[in-house]
Ligand binder design. Structure first.
Ligand code: HAM
Length: 413
């Protein structure tokens, strides 16, 4: 009986924008991660797990001080050792930190890692936008060929197609340190002429990171931006020829895309190729994957200049679109018809578990009760042992789908 004190204890809820992944969603989650990992391994990626907590400076230097993520959305605090730390808002920075920390930039060669796990952004929660969400991501180091950009896009397409998900691929080039600065200057000059008509956020961004003005969601700003200079027509020769080549490789592989010169991404580390996969079936938060090239990020984090490219898929958004395939694997339910048979039931179940999903009921019950429970648990085969079966060294089997019944020798089972 609860005492008066325990009766009044307030129950605790999960935090706003955070949720448990359980039941059908957790089955889908593991189904997704297992298959995406399999595909990543086939493309030469190996698994990396980096800490959830990192020095705040890591994200300031990589994701960028002007980004919304660093500016407004970090779960940042001072730990007991007076370190300024935060929960990772994304996965790339930690992987690059590892790359530089282990001096792999000096060792040369190529590195390909995939990862999955929780990310944290203190955003305003809504459908498809959580404060704790999960990403599946891949990062590649040491390959500057535009064929790798195409390869990454082909791999994401393969993952999405495996799960039967339709998408639109949006593509842009963000230029390099040669062509981006004059483009930005030009853009700022243009924006300044109608600065007062742009929203408050855009005005702040003109000063901090003007290209972010291009993807402002405010309709009035979008109208005003109609004649803004486009990065795709301001690229230097090298970026332009890489972008043309990328489109050519995608065409050759029958991958459709839309060039969107306003696609600037919410993280500051990109150069050249930037892309997003969007779905029109999940509402306003439609980006299911995003990524691009980040050839200067290793340098920003103190390493030797190394090419980098990667992407991340938002798992929760994707799971909205994934359907579990019909499972036709056996699930066996084993139970006892009396107390004396329980030891044998447990022994047989543990043997069976080596190859097949096997559920055990510890309480002895009648045939009918066992059938009912087995059905509820999703088993298709019921195996029962009672006094007779013990005596004869057999086990009673019923296939719940075909209704077939039999008695098998225990060794046969
Ligand atoms: P991102 O575009 O910020 O890129 O996130 C990737 C994906 O994570 C998004 O397309 C979306 O599906 C999902 N996502 C982002 N924020 C939320 C949220 N609040 N709730 C639910 N899902 C969300 C990155 O994070 C880069 N690190 C990707 C990358 C890897 N670029 C190069 N390598």
């Amino acid at each position: 009986m609860p005492t008066n004190e325990t009766k009044n204890i307030k129950t605790i809820q999960s935090l706003r924008g955070m949720k448990d992944i359980v039941n059908e969603e957790s089955s889908l989650f593991t189904y997704f991660v297992e298959n995406a990992s399999r595909i990543a391994k086939n493309y030469g990626f190996s698994y990396i797990e980096t800490p959830l907590l990192e020095e705040t400076a890591l994200f300031k230097r990589s994701v960028g001080e002007s980004s919304d993520i660093v500016n407004k959305e970090m779960y940042q605090f001072i730990d007991k050792g007076e370190n300024d730390v935060c929960l990772r808002p994304e996965g790339t920075a930690g992987v690059v930190r590892h790359f530089v920390e282990k001096k792999l930039d000096r060792a040369g060669g190529n590195y390909k890692w995939y990862y999955y796990g929780p990310m944290f952004r203190y955003e305003r929660p809504q459908k498809g936008r959580l404060r704790e969400f999960h990403q599946f991501g891949c990062e590649v180091f040491g390959i500057d060929s535009v064929y790798e950009d195409a390869n990454i896009i082909i791999m994401i397409k393969e993952i999405l197609e495996f799960f039967g998900i339709g998408f639109t691929l949006k593509l842009n080039s963000l230029g390099c340190k040669e062509c981006m600065p004059p483009y930005k200057e030009n853009l700022v000059k243009h924006l300044t002429t109608f600065k007062d008509e742009l929203c408050e956020d855009c005005n702040r961004r003109i000063l901090t990171n003007p290209i972010r003005v291009l993807d402002c969601k405010n309709e009035k700003c979008q109208l005003l931006l109609h004649n803004a200079p486009k990065i795709t027509t301001s690229l230097c020769n090298s970026c332009d020829s890489d972008f043309e080549k990328l489109k050519e490789i995608l065409d050759f592989n029958n991958i459709s895309y839309e060039v969107d010169s306003n696609l600037v991404r919410g993280l500051d580390y990109y150069n050249k190729t930037a892309f997003e996969f969007v779905s029109n079936e999940i509402g306003a938060q439609s980006a299911i994957a995003g990524g691009g090239r980040y050839d200067r990020l290793v340098e920003f984090l103190g390493g030797k200049s190394t090419a980098g490219i990667g992407f991340a898929i938002g798992i929760e958004r994707l799971l909205e679109l994934v359907k579990m395939p019909e499972c036709n694997q056996d699930v066996i339910y084993i139970g006892a018809l009396d107390e004396n048979s329980l030891n044998t039931v447990l022994k047989v179940a543990n043997q069976k578990r080596k190859t097949t999903k096997t559920l055990v009921e510890y309480a002895p019950r009648s045939f009918g009760k066992h059938f009912g429970i087995a059905e509820k648990l999703g088993a298709n085969i019921v195996a029962l042992i009672g006094e007779n079966e013990l005596k004869n060294g057999t086990i009673y089997i019923k296939n719940l789908k075909t209704k077939e019944e039999s008695n098998l020798k225990l060794e046969e089972f």
